[in-house]
Ligand binder design. Sequence first.
Ligand SMILES: Cc1cc2nc3c(=O)[nH]c(=O)nc-3n(C[C@H](O)[C@H](O)[C@H](O)COP(=O)(O)OP(=O)(O)OC[C@H]3O[C@@H](n4cnc5c(N)ncnc54)[C@H](O)[C@@H]3O)c2cc1C
Length: 363
Amino acid sequence: MRDFSDYSLLNHNTFGMNVKAKRYVEYDSEEELKTLIPTLSGEVLHIGGGSNLLFKGDFEGTVLHSAIGGIEEQTLSSPSLQGENGILTNERGDSLSSVGETEKGAVLVRVGAGVVWDDFVAWTVERGLGGVENLSLIPGEVGASAVQNIGAYGVEAKDVIVMVEAVDLKSGEKRIFANSECRYAYRQSIFKQELKGRYAITYVTYRLQKTPVLKLEYGNLRAVLEQNLPNGENRPVLGQVRQAIIDIRNAKLPDPKVQGNAGSFFMNPVVSREKFLALQKEYPQMPHYEVEGGVKIPAGWMIEQCGWKGRSLGRAGVHSKQALVLVNLGGATSDEIVRLCQTICQDVKQKFGIDIHPEVNLI
Ligand SMILES: Cc1cc2nc3c(=O)[nH]c(=O)nc-3n(C[C@H](O)[C@H](O)[C@H](O)COP(=O)(O)OP(=O)(O)OC[C@H]3O[C@@H](n4cnc5c(N)ncnc54)[C@H](O)[C@@H]3O)c2cc1C
């Protein structure tokens, strides 16, 4: 365990905000976390890699970070799947171990919350296990994947999460959440809503396929893959899908090490069908996706239509290749980023009558 006072968070947030935490503690195991809990006072914030956070100033409480590692294939006899009476069940009595094991060709893999997400993706691809390859190169750590329900190229973490192990930051008790209890939705989970800040996620178990079913129909993925495939080959394998996604992402997204950012700053709004049809009359070229509960409209497109792509306000800017991404042009304060965010939200509201909201957690 490493415990610091007045600790700089500069290397712990990809926006590059030079803020401090009154206390910063990194723990290596669930046991360490449990001994740490009674010593916590004031506000507590659990972070991962800090790639979806914007600190608005110094944090006057304790920042926690998990260094729990390990990637392990599970079998029915694995200790994590064994409850007091044999097979582990959640509070509702669902048998968690049966969720994936009974499905032919599925493998359960339990991963420590502190593992870097993309290291886990690389691990799965090296072993030929399918399910998370489309989520290649998303920054951050495994714990946050279950909070954020990360998604890209037609795949979301919720599609592969079987269960989430967590420790209550008040009582120190461990709780296991089955996928259905996590209330997953687009970039949403119970850990961002009712239970925000309550639990430290310690392990996430994913269900992967031994015979991968590739998802290639999203964006320009298939086109890039076809270009990359050696002559005569027409069926890509996992490694090629991962590489194509890495290439696409590197070409269009800013590298936080070079230019501070937190990925997509805004969520894509879902509007009613009536609202969409009315807007479509005015903007026939408006991109859209039918989703449960309405029609999703890319916030990036609307921001671009408002003329913001590539523009800046002070030292905060809108990325020139992807209008959904706000960037720190160098030395931006969080106030400058927030001002840009608010101005964009107002402009989108004025032009389209739609409220857009930050995906990034403002702290
Ligand atoms: C260049 C770039 C590209 C990106 N692309 C994508 C993308 O394609 N798709 C996508 O979905 N996201 C994307 N993101 C956003 C970001 O990578 C994800 O949201 C990621 O899951 C954040 O992980 P993190 O470990 O950095 O979490 P943080 O930013 O540190 O935290 C995010 C949230 O999770 C909570 N949290 C983190 N760890 C724990 C834990 N162990 N226990 C309890 N709570 C915890 C925090 O309190 C916070 O609420 C991108 C970001 C960048 C910078």
